[in-house]
Design a protein around this ligand. Structure first.
Ligand SMILES: [Zn+2]
Length: 251
């Protein structure tokens, strides 16, 4: 597996912040909170290796992370030693799933790096546990309805008494249609929340963000949906449109 974040190469330092937003797909490098879920928590530019100790890296794009203000505070001047296991997980170089697992609303460490990250960044703080519960609920509700629709479809009319068959067929059709409506309404609702004029971006321009977008989709994060502009012939890097795949791992 590849690290989910691929970096672009902005030419000017003044472009760094916007480039980071896109590269990290509007979400915190460390806790995956998205701008749309943040509800007033601000986002900042973090220096992975702190400038207090590494002033030469102050303008180095590769040392910059898009980061929520809470993680940034918790991280403080922590110095990651990337040659040892004492580095914080960084989604542009590490595969987060190799270091962290979800257990209910909590993250548990699957490696020493995971342990350090949970500890330093306080990745099991109350707000993040609530966030994981909310994300799971969105996913579970969708699963529940889809499961019901699938179950009804499988139900055979043969099992029903002859004089009630027509009634069953009618009820089944209504329930399946209703289930479909609920799923569609939910998808529209998530999309409406996830759309913002500030982050309504064209996915064809940001093809390199595809891995990060699908990571967030797997986590059931409410992340900006990219506006997919279809060009003739070639299919562009599609925005994550399906929430059907039930992720076992949720951060
Ligand atoms: Zn964060």
């Amino acid at each position: 597996m590849e690290p989910p974040v691929k970096r672009s190469q902005p030419q000017r330092v003044s472009d760094h912040r916007e480039a980071l937003r896109e590269d990290f797909w509007y979400s915190c490098a460390y806790c995956t909170l998205t701008e749309l879920e943040a509800q007033g928590i601000e986002f900042e530019v973090d220096h992975y290796l702190p400038t207090s100790r590494f002033p030469k890296l102050a303008y180095d794009y590769d040392n910059k992370m898009y980061c929520c203000s809470k993680c940034n505070r918790n991280k403080g001047d922590y110095v990651s030693d990337e040659r040892s296991d004492l580095g914080l997980i960084r989604p542009d170089r590490d595969v987060p799933d190799e270091h962290l697992r979800i257990d209910g609303d909590d993250l548990i460490a699957a490696s020493a790096k995971g342990e350090v990250s949970i500890d330093v960044l306080r990745l099991n703080r109350r707000a993040l546990r609530t966030l994981r519960a909310l994300r799971r609920q969105i996913a579970d509700d969708t699963d529940y309805v889809s499961e019901g629709v699938r179950g009804l479809r499988r139900w055979s009319v043969d099992r029903i008494r002859n004089d009630l068959k027509w009634k069953f067929e009618e009820a089944k059709e209504r329930a399946v249609a209703l289930g479909r409506d609920v799923l569609e309404a939910k998808e529209r609702w998530v999309e409406a929340i996830a759309r913002s004029p500030l982050v309504d971006v064209d996915a064809t321009v940001f093809g390199h963000t595809e891995a990060r977008r699908s990571q967030l989709d797997e986590l059931h994060a409410i992340a900006p949906r990219a506006r997919v502009v279809r060009t003739s012939g070639k299919k562009p890097g599609a925005a994550p449109s399906s929430r059907k795949t039930r992720a076992k791992k949720q951060r």
